[in-house]
Design a protein. Structure first.
Lengths: 593, 1113
């Protein structure tokens, strides 16, 4: 009996346990395994309303700052030309400054911008292809947003095609893995760029209409880039031997440029009266000469990085230290700890500073003492190689020159009661940079005395990507290529008149017979040096002889660059791109790399 | 239950009070109702004259002078009864008769024990009787703390330091005693009132094989194990004093490659078991290939939150047959941590503590002549320096010249680093009855780093309870609270290597000079963050609450149902403030304040049904499980800039600049579900079979591919149980063969890795107008993403010689991981980053060996050794299109090589002066090489060094690793030495990349650079104006042969002899001193004075000296 009860009890327990465990075991199975992702959004959701769609347009602006406000733009756009060399002959970014070791795996600015440009292009493609699904009811508003996206796509693609040539031309948003690519011709790129810019020019509002959002693309931005694109495009026809086609593009470039100039009031753009005004840091924001600006916000949360627009550091010579008496760090004189590039003797020689105000507006040669007064002693005179006559002389803070770094040759250095570093201290007779050179003439276009402190790396000034002076030069170059040197001289003289020192206007004028390719290049350097364009100018205008002209021009004028080769007119495609393409070998690296 | 109450020989009332308090706590916790008092006598005859004195008093007086230990029960003896005792050289019998005169008590003397027991008036009536005995091992060594229980009751005792116990048996009945001791077989012995003294020798040898090994969702006897499982026991875990048990098992587990990540206080360790299987970037590799932690049966815990003293054992499951039951998460091995459980019997209170000091192992930095010389050499190379008169050209940075002339040098290393400290205290109380078993512990760990403002504090509390409800139901909880507080210092050592050693570190008033070089604002002092208390803060608080509960039902014999509910809650806070004059912010010159709060919830619900049946020679265990995991994590982050007052740190984000604020609130959630079954079958204990299968589902994989099935099977053969083997015994005492095969899955992609998303980007504006944008995230959706699978075969051999004095295990294995979940880099021109795909295959093959031997075993002297060796060959066998994926030197994936390989130029040395002509035949990007340049291998022999010459130069994966532990004990002294070796890997020695060839910065002194007079092959010739990246092939300089062997640990311990430890009421008292990371011998000279285990320059590893104590009460 007892046993029976025990068994019954056990069975009951067993039954309960099994039932219970089955219930417990089955219950979790009802839980689904779906992913819940409330923090992230999908494109289909966000960009389906006009208000949401603006976030795509805004996002499309993001990557332009990777080129222009960081060092990338200066190295990609200015270095490796006749104008610049590494300060102290060091090797920073030497792949781009000296063509040394420029490969698909080395040369970081080149590698970095390959990635950032394509990110931006994908976003532009996504926006352009999705805008019809965004529910716009206001056609003007829709066209305005599409205009921005098309301006940006053309803007990014111009950088792509000029840097790497005819690579892949993508016009669709990447929604699924795309693992192959085919090369498109340069003219295909330009067809897209030109049509995008034409659409943008017609549909973008003026800068005034953007109000406080003044750094959005406006109609003058689109027109400015259109003229630049047409001019660039024309040379590919020249290179291909198709003069007629080239002329058609030159003519269009000229027409667009002249159109901008003739309608400058309506477009809200004008030349400053003097180069000094152009580069006065106080005139930097909403600069009236600018066609397109990348703004730096005083609201640090809106900038791409905590240290936006670093270009103010790039060309800064050191001005303090053991051999710089009576000098100390100051906001007015800038920040020298991330100096990268110094001017070549060639660049300095392009200027006749006795008549051209642009030298003084662009370069700094003299530093007034800003520290405690300094009295020359016998010991210090000896150390600095000064004449004994300077002993006892005082460099008075705020009044006297303490440091003079000049393109000139100073014969009586020893007699001058301040530190003198002249052209012979910086350059050898053949134009190369002397070993051990530390100091150089400073390009001061980008000085930023509005920073918080002298040691701050946080730039505050806007980047002026394109300005009206370039339009005059585009018009001049197009006229010259069309055989109208008179027209070219006329356009150049507008700028040279503005650049003339008081009373030197007549001496500054050029005549039609003086205008040639090298003159235009030199004039562009005088006007635009440091402004992210030089490399593109040289590769464009020195297209001939399969790149040998490009090599000869750079080697002759920048004798420190010895490694430049004809194939360097294009830069290498980042290796990861070719690795990731299933047909990478077929697609191929740019020649020479 | 028996408690001891002793008189303490210390007069100090404070000491006495403390001990009493501890006793009281013990009593309160364990609700003791009975007490037995003991007194120690110093002589065996007594002379006394007491009248009208309490029994208590007399006992106390007697206590002062005898060898006897006296026991009595509080509920039987009226201690306040007043009696008179007169004795003159009387025996103990005479005295005690008088003491117990008025009470129904009698007493017994056995050896030196005197036990007061109840006497029943009727001589024939039943009465209690005492039993005493000694428990020893086979060699006659006493076993301390062995438990002795009267079978079928909760009454028991545990042995003292001599292995002796005393126990009162109620009623004059014969009983059976059960003697238990960890690592030994249980033994039963009968006693009765005539046979009251027992000598029990527990059998260790047999027991070792009966050792229980924890496997997934269960345990098996070691002899029944078919898979490859390594176990580390408590005594080895606490051998190395550390905060993290993972670090303590380094070198003790063959097949597990364990390295400490950095010397930062509280830093974690990386564990890779049997190689990397999943492909990921180097930063992610360890996380992707990390093992699963199962703590007390609950998945997904963090071993770093555990107090190592709480751990009973760590079992590492390595082959697929052991891990397959965990399916998805077990692919990279499983580490099962079992915390200490309560044991029935006497309450044990133990204290473990240590205190130690740490100092860095790091090369000196250049200063004075060594510094000047490098600069001069740099100037000399470019021709601007020939004599010291030219120094002025080289020392032009602001302030350098003055400092140079005034001979103002700073040894930054001395100013930054100080001696670090570590201390750990932990108290564990362990006890219970047969029905209720409890362990409670409190722990405190503190480490003060070698930088100021760098420390780690951890407080742990643990409470484990196992309760038997009735004959068929059992329940329990394991709970733990860990609170950790960490202050992280922002890399002053890194800054020390980029500043100049010239200048003044301090102002005249002793305050820190933020810019040591006069007039220089470009390079801030490495001490900048110490200027005020509020200059730099990185304060990390973490509270981890683990509450696990289980219910286990055994309705009929052999059938068990268990449900486990595990919860893990983690609250983290990071307060971050960097003032505008901090290292982090001085170049931007405005402050940042940030607060990050994370809240993590994790639930693990497992149900396990086990059926166990033995019919004659057939023994069968069936296990069925369901397992559900759910994880949710929130992170709220708020950042602001330009806070006016640095004193407010991160507590006033509202006062930061309005427009500067950034906020985010992210959520990440995932869940998994699994159903699994396992069969364990054994025939005669000789032939073993294990099979398992698991259906696994993971939310993070794509719909339609979330579920998959993972099978495994294993065979075992206890060869030494066969009759034919008997003639080999005892010389060849044990042999077992194991063979297993299994497949386990892995879903190592990020959560939402199958979705395309767009992310908000707020760093966009036009003028000062914000223009929020959305940009594409990294991923492109892959709607077909499924499981990554590792198929692994394991062949194992367990053996024992000389009656198992020498035992060992050999395993060979081959694991092929296919359909690897790999973030496939899309062409950058697509504008998106990656798509996760099932592509690629890796193979890991290896051999593992463990040897344990008792070399010498004498009564007073014992020497035992343990040796582990593992060799693993990790290789990528398939990728995308069957070609290498080439990227920068650290990210390339190379077929036939380990995942984490280095691909760059191969350095042959430095071009020497006499090789000038030869050097000039090679060019890099058109420039010929010259003496003093790096000599690079021209792989394709075209005379040009370029992309085609990039090659595999090494990997972070070692060729083999080994550990060798030797333990010696002589009487009360014990001594242990532990050596580890890691051989064949290449280290990415970041500090070597700090070589500044212009001599401008403070690079390490052991960087031997080339000059015409110093024809080294280490580093290229200094060159004024150059940075390291100016040298052709500079990328290769970071990578150095990283083989090392290290005296990981030396321990010297001393256990107090019983006669001393008894006086302080302790069961066992051991003092020890330990040195960790004592010496490292590196193969490469370049790593001299450097610990290559942690290649970080920011926080190098340290050498530690620790003093500690283990106390059992």
């Amino acid at each position: 009996m007892r046993i029976k009860i025990l068994i019954m009890k056990r069975l009951k327990n067993l039954y309960l346990t099994i039932t219970g465990s089955l219930l417990i075991a089955v219950f979790p199975a009802c839980r689904d395994l779906d992913e819940y992702n409330p923090s992230n959004a999908t494109a289909d959701l966000v960009w389906s309303t006009p208000e949401g769609f603006v976030t795509a347009v805004n996002g499309a602006y993001f990557e332009q700052r990777n080129w222009y406000t960081k060092e990338n733009g200066i190295f990609m756009g200015e270095s490796g030309t006749d104008l610049w060399y590494n300060r102290e002959r060091d090797g920073y970014a030497r792949q781009l400054t000296q063509y040394s070791g420029l490969t698909a795996l080395d040369g970081n600015p080149n590698r970095a911008v390959w990635e950032s440009l394509w990110k931006a292009i994908n976003l532009c493609n996504a926006g352009i292809n999705r805008i019809n699904d965004a529910g716009f009811t206001d056609q003007v508003e829709k066209n305005k947003r599409e205009g921005e996206l098309r301006f940006l796509r053309a803007f990014y693609y111009w950088h792509v095609v000029e840097t790497w040539g005819g690579v892949m031309l993508r016009t669709e948003e990447t929604k699924s893995p795309v693992l192959t690519a085919t090369r498109s011709s340069v003219s295909d790129f330009y067809n897209l760029i030109i049509s995008d810019l034409e659409f943008a020019a017609q549909n973008l509002p003026s800068q005034q209409q953007w109000g406080e959002e003044y750094s959005r693309a406006s109609n003058k931005s689109a027109l400015g880039f259109l003229s630049r694109a047409l001019l660039s495009r024309a040379y590919y026809s020249l290179e291909a031997g198709n003069k007629a086609e080239a002329d058609s593009y030159f003519a269009r470039a000229r027409d667009v440029a002249r159109d901008i100039i003739s309608r400058k009031a309506a477009l809200g753009v004008d030349l400053w009266a003097t180069p000094q005004q152009m580069w006065d840091p106080a005139n930097n924001k909403r600069n009236k000469e600018a066609l397109y600006t990348i703004s730096t916000s005083s609201n640090i949360g809106l900038n791409i990085e905590p240290s936006p627009n670093r270009v103010f550091m790039t060309f800064q010579s050191p001005y303090t230290g053991s051999l710089k008496p009576a000098m100390q760090y100051s906001l007015a004189y800038g920040y020298d700890n991330q100096r990268r590039l110094m001017p070549t003797l060639t660049l300095l020689n392009y200027f006749d500073e006795t008549i051209d105000a642009r030298y003084g507006a662009s370069f700094q040669e003299a530093w007034i003492a800003n520290s405690t007064n300094y009295t020359w002693t016998t010991a210090s005179a000896t150390a600095f190689g000064k004449d004994p006559s300077v002993v006892g002389k005082v460099i008075t803070s705020g009044i006297d020159t303490a440091l003079y770094i000049t393109k000139k040759r100073i014969s009586n250095k020893a007699l001058r009661p301040y530190v003198v570093i002249d052209r012979d201290s910086i350059y050898n007779a053949n134009g190369t940079i002397r070993a051990g050179t530390r100091d150089f003439v400073t390009l001061k276009k980008f000085m930023d005395p509005m920073r918080e402190s002298a040691a701050s790396t946080v730039g505050t000034r806007d980047v002026i990507v394109m300005r009206l002076a370039e339009i005059y030069l585009i018009a001049a170059e197009a006229e010259f290529q069309l055989g109208n040197s008179t027209g070219a001289a006329e356009m150049i003289n507008v700028l040279r008149t503005r650049a003339a020192l008081p009373g030197k206007t007549a001496e500054m004028q050029v005549t039609a017979d003086q205008v040639n390719v090298d003159f235009i290049l030199e004039e562009r350097a005088r006007e635009l040096c440091g402004e992210y364009m030089r490399w593109f100018d040289v590769k464009r205008m020195k297209y001939n002889n399969k790149g040998q002209d490009f090599v000869d021009f750079i080697r002759a004028r920048n004798p420190d660059i010895t490694l430049v080769q004809p194939f360097h007119r294009l830069r290498p495609i980042r290796q990861e791109e070719l690795n990731a393409l299933l047909n990478g070998a077929e697609f191929g690296q740019n020649p020479g790399y | 239950m028996i408690f001891f109450n002793k008189n303490y020989p210390f007069a100090d009332p404070l000491w006495r009070k403390t001990l009493r308090a501890m006793k009281l706590i013990t009593l309160l916790i364990f609700c003791g109702v009975m007490q037995m008092h003991a007194a120690v006598y110093s002589q065996n005859t007594f002379t006394m004259s007491e009248s009208n004195t309490t029994v208590r008093e007399i006992l106390k007086k007697i206590e002062k002078s005898s060898n006897y230990t006296v026991f009595y029960r509080n509920d039987q003896v009226n201690l306040n009864n007043k009696v008179s005792v007169i004795a003159e050289n009387s025996t103990i019998e005479n005295v005690m008769k008088q003491v117990l005169r008025d009470q129904p008590l009698t007493f017994e003397v056995v050896d030196n024990n005197m036990v007061v027991i109840k006497s029943i008036g009727d001589k024939n009536a039943l009465r209690d009787y005492p039993v005493t005995g000694t428990i020893t091992d086979n060699e006659g060594e006493p076993l301390i703390g062995a438990s002795v229980l009267i079978k079928g009751t909760t009454r028991g005792a545990s042995t003292d330091i001599d292995g002796k116990f005393v126990l009162t048996v109620p009623g004059d009945q014969p009983v059976t005693l059960v003697v238990k001791y960890l690592g030994f077989a249980d033994q039963e012995v009968s006693v009765n009132s005539n046979q009251r003294t027992v000598q029990v020798k527990l059998k260790a040898d047999a027991a070792a094989l009966e050792e229980v090994v924890v496997i997934g969702y269960g345990t098996v006897k070691k002899r029944d194990l078919t898979g490859s499982v390594a176990s580390v026991k408590a005594e080895d875990i606490t051998r190395i004093p550390t905060h993290n048990a993972a670090e303590a098992i380094q070198g003790r587990v063959p097949g597990a490659d364990i390295t400490r990540n950095s010397g930062t206080p509280g830093a974690a360790s990386t564990i890779t078991i049997r190689g990397n299987k999943s492909i990921a970037s180097r930063d992610n590799l360890a996380a992707r290939n990390g093992p699963l932690y199962v703590i007390d049966g609950f998945q997904g815990g963090d071993i770093a939150t555990l107090n190592p003293n709480d751990i009973e054992s760590i079992d590492i499951l390595k082959d697929a047959s052991s891990t397959a039951i965990y399916g998805a998460q077990g692919a990279n091995g499983v580490i099962i941590v079992t915390t200490k459980k309560g044991a029935a019997g006497a309450t044990k209170v133990s204290y473990n503590g240590f205190y130690g000091v740490n100092d860095y192992i790091f090369p000196d930095l250049r200063i004075r002549d060594s510094y000047i010389q490098l600069r001069r050499e740099a100037g000399r190379t470019t021709g601007i320096w020939t004599t010291p008169a030219d120094d002025i050209k080289l020392f032009q940075e602001p302030g350098e010249d003055i400092a140079f002339q005034n001979n103002q040098w700073i040894n930054w290393y001395d100013l930054i680093a100080k001696t670090g400290q570590q201390q750990n205290h932990s108290i564990t109380v362990n006890g219970g009855t047969e029905k209720t078993k409890i362990v409670a512990s409190l722990g405190y760990f503190n480490e003060k780093g070698m930088f100021r403002n760098s420390d780690f504090n951890r407080y742990t509390g643990r409470f484990n309870l196992d309760q038997t409800i009735n004959k068929w139901a059992k329940a329990g909880v394991q709970t733990q609270i860990t609170y950790a507080k960490q202050n992280v210092r922002n890399n002053p050592l890194g800054q020390a290597m980029v500043v100049s050693p010239l200048g003044l570190a301090y102002n005249d008033d002793g305050s820190i000079n933020p810019y040591p070089l006069q007039g220089s604002v470009a390079r801030i002092s490495p001490l900048a963050d110490e200027v005020t208390d509020n200059t730099s803060r990185d304060n990390r608080l973490n509270t981890n609450v683990v509450a696990n509960g289980y219910l286990e039902l055994t309705p009929v014999k052999g059938l068990t149902f268990r449900t486990n509910l595990g919860t893990n809650f983690n609250f983290g806070k990071i307060g971050y403030f960097q003032d505008k004059q901090s290292l982090n912010r001085y170049t931007q010159n405005f402050s940042i304040a940030r607060l990050t709060n994370t809240y993590y919830r994790y639930i693990n619900w497992d149900n396990i049904l086990t059926y166990n049946k033995t019919i004659k020679d057939h023994s069968l265990t069936l296990t069925g499980i369901t397992s559900y995991l759910q994880s949710d994590a929130d992170e709220t982050k708020a950042t602001g800039y330009r806070q006016p007052l640095s004193e407010q740190l991160f507590y006033s984000l509202g006062s930061t600049e309005l427009n500067s604020r950034e906020i985010s609130s992210a959520y990440i959630g995932w869940n998994n579900m699994a159903y699994a079954g396992r069969l364990n079958y054994s025939y005669k204990g000789k032939y073993l079979l294990t099979m398992s299968g698991r259906f696994d589902g993971a939310s993070r994989l794509s719909e339609g591919n979330r579920w998959d099935f993972f099978p495994s099977a294993a065979l075992g053969w206890n060869v030494s149980d066969e009759d034919f083997f008997n003639k080999l015994k005892p010389t060849f005492s044990n042999l077992k063969l194991r063979l297993s095969y299994g497949v386990s899955g892995n879903y190592s992609v990020d959560v939402y890795g199958t979705q395309s998303v767009i992310n908000p980007e707020n760093r966009i504006g036009f003028g000062d107008v914000p223009a929020p944008g959305f940009i594409f995230g990294q991923n492109v959706a892959n709607t077909g993403l499924g499981w990554e699978k590792s198929a692994s075969t394991n062949l194992g051999l367990d053996f024992g010689f000389f009656n198992n004095r020498l035992t060992g295990t050999i395993d060979v294995y081959n694991t092929v991981t296919s359909d690897i979940l790999m973030p496939r880099q899309l062409p950058l021109s697509t504008g998106v980053g990656v798509i996760n795909e099932n592509i690629g295959e890796t193979r890991n093959r290896g051999i593992e060996l463990t040897l344990n031997s008792t070399n010498i075993q004498k009564k007073d002297f014992r020497w035992s050794s343990m040796l582990t060796f593992s060799r693993n060959k990790e290789e990528l066998t398939e990728l995308l299109n069957g070609t290498d994926i080439l990227a920068a030197e650290r990210n390339s994936l190379l077929l036939g090589r380990p995942i984490s390989s280095f691909y760059t130029y191969k350095k042959l040395g430095i071009w020497q002066t006499n090789e000038e002509a030869e050097a000039a035949q090679y060019t890099f990007s058109g420039t010929p090489f010259k003496p003093g340049d790096i000599k690079l291998a021209d792989i394709n022999n075209d005379g040009k060094i370029g992309t085609e010459d990039l090659t595999y130069i090494g990997s972070t994966v070692p060729k083999w690793i080994g550990g060798f532990q030797n333990n010696f004990s002589y009487k009360n002294l014990d001594f242990g030495v532990f050596v580890i070796a890691r051989v064949g890997q290449t280290v990415d020695a970041e500090f070597l990349g700090r070589y500044n060839p212009s001599g401008l910065a403070n690079s390490p002194v052991n960087i031997d650079y080339w000059t015409p007079e110093n024809p080294t092959n280490d580093f290229p010739r200094p060159r004024w104006g150059a940075t390291l990246s100016n040298y052709a092939g500079y990328q290769t300089l970071n990578f150095v042969e990283g083989s090392y062997f290290k005296i990981r640990n030396v321990t010297l311990g001393y256990t107090l002899p019983k006669r001393f430890s008894e006086k302080i009421a302790a069961g066992r008292v051991r003092f020890y001193a330990t040195g960790s990371n004592l010496f490292t011998f590196t193969k490469s000279d370049m790593l001299k004075n450097y610990d290559p285990e942690g290649p970080s320059t920011d926080a190098p590893l340290s050498r530690q000296f620790v003093f500690g104590v283990n106390l059992d009460f």
